[in-house]
Write a protein that binds this ligand. Structure first.
Ligand code: HPA
Length: 236
């Protein structure tokens, strides 16, 4: 099995797929199924919860239970540097975690304590497969090496926070990746992450915080979903 985990708006893009649901020790997980491709809407079907309240453990445990051996996560972000400007997408290769969330399956209470190395969180082969699929589909400027800083939200950042994050090496900001990436890596599931930018982060746009039009966001997320599916299934 292969999987994609995607955020808000995914329901509009994949409406016609079979809907399923699976129980885990952390709760129920909704997903769509197309052949051997599982698509998990991060927030469940048709609703949205604050990023800190997403049931990441259930979603990631469901990947394991379903026998998923490759997963791509898709993330809407704000741009901090021009490495990934609004309207562009790229492969995330590292992250900073400012959430303070409970982000482990192995806390020494419910399961034996385990310290997971985070040097190889993002799978090289899967990233290369994505780049190949994107190239085949006509993309000629595939961005990579993006550093994603994760905030707890749901509020957006202050301009001072964004300046600090830029000084720390972050290219984009969002509210979900670090938690999901850590849990996926704890279970050793090969994983790649795609960020697409929908705004300049706080303080970087003279107009204030302004987002791409819904139509552009939908077009972008549809494109990334289709390229990700191609990368995972070899274009079948
Ligand atoms: N900040 C945090 N999360 C986001 C942003 C942002 O500017 N844009 C999209 N997700």
């Amino acid at each position: 099995m292969k999987a994609i985990i995607a955020g808000t708006g995914i329901d509009r893009v994949v409406m016609d797929l079979v809907r399923k649901s699976i129980g885990t020790q952390f709760g129920q997980v909704d997903y769509y199924l197309r052949d051997d491709l599982v698509i998990i809407p991060r927030h469940g079907f048709g609703h949205e919860v604050a990023p800190a309240r997403v049931n990441y453990k259930a979603n990631v445990k469901a990947l394991e239970t379903l026998g998923v051996d490759r997963v791509i996560g898709i993330y809407a972000v704000g741009s901090i540097t021009s490495r990934l400007s609004p309207g562009a997408f790229g492969l995330v290769e590292d992250f900073l975690d400012f959430t303070g969330r409970d982000t482990t399956f192995f806390d020494g209470v419910d399961a034996p304590l385990r310290h997971t190395g985070m040097v190889d969180t993002f799978d090289r082969t899967l990233m290369a497969d994505f780049a190949k699929a994107a190239y085949r589909a006509g993309e000629r400027d595939i961005k990579s090496g993006i550093v994603y800083v994760t905030t707890n939200g749901p509020r957006f950042e202050t301009p001072a926070e964004i300046r600090a994050f830029r000084n720390l090496g972050a290219d984009v900001v969002g509210m979900t990746l670090a938690t999901e990436a850590t849990l996926i890596h704890e279970l050793s599931i090969p994983y790649a992450a795609l960020a697409y930018s929908i705004n300049w982060a706080a303080g970087l746009d003279e107009e204030g915080l302004s987002f791409l039009e819904d139509e552009s966001i939908e077009r972008l997320s549809r494109r990334i979903l289709s390229l990700s599916a191609d990368a995972l299934t070899g274009g079948r």
